[in-house]
Design a protein around this ligand. Sequence first.
Ligand code: NAD
Length: 273
Amino acid sequence: MQYITLNDDVRIPQLGFGVWQIPDAQAYEAVSTALEAGYRHVDTAAAYENEAGVGRAIRESGVPREDVFLTTKLWNGDQGYDTTLRAFDLSLERLGTDYVDLYLIHWPVPEQDLYIESWRALEKIAADGRARAIGVSNFTAETLDRLLKEGTTPPAINQIELHPYFPQAAMREYDRKHGIVTEAWSPLGQGGDLLGEPLLTRLGGLYGKTPAQVVIRWHLQLGNVVIPKSATPSRIRENFDVFDFDLTPDEIDEITALGGAGGRIGPDPAVFN
Ligand code: NAD
């Protein structure tokens, strides 16, 4: 496993396991399979309604808690100082743990204008040692500019939609300049048309890898933290088997150039509420 050191010196496994849209009843099995396959980083959120299954899988896995990097997120309706502190307590309760490794503001929701107050609550949670690192998700240059100016602690991570159809060059550069690590959500483009791209099939053929593995490798070599999701055991294992080949710089550029073909799948963070 490769690790990235965040701006607060916390080390995050660069490849993690995403669990959006895995119902609580199946999350236990999916996370158990992922931990058996070697993943040591799980990305959930209060909004995914599966924190209980995720937490139970980690507790019963036999893997020491300190060896698993666990992320959860603050939902939009819970933003605000006191409401964030309460929402965080409830997340910990559902997860059955007394700390998380990373707590993120899920979306900025500029319209409700509560992300600065919420950030102060995350700073308090970090100061109390209940989140080892704190960060944001779906923040734009505009919302991050304000957070960096008005906050005390810079975010360690910005988790954003990022895949070869939406390579986010400007946002990655913004994060890099400010010492923020970029984490890619929907890194496989949600398994849509992207994985049928002839370029990815051709490169996969060269290395004996699948298109999904080539895409995950592209993320790793760009320096992104990457959290592919699958509920299928063979794919959970396949997505972890990406540490034995290297794409060339030209191949990475060719994959990045697919960005001309696609675009954003998810909502626009400037307006999403
Ligand atoms: P993804 O890009 O990881 O794609 C997942 C889908 O791709 C699967 O459901 C499956 O259909 C397909 N797939 C997975 N592995 C495959 C393989 N080896 N071969 C073929 N097809 C495969 O999409 P995602 O779930 O949207 O994103 C990953 C994680 O990112 C989520 O689970 C969640 O943790 C996080 N996320 C965060 C936000 C946010 O707002 N912060 C938003 C969306 C997702």
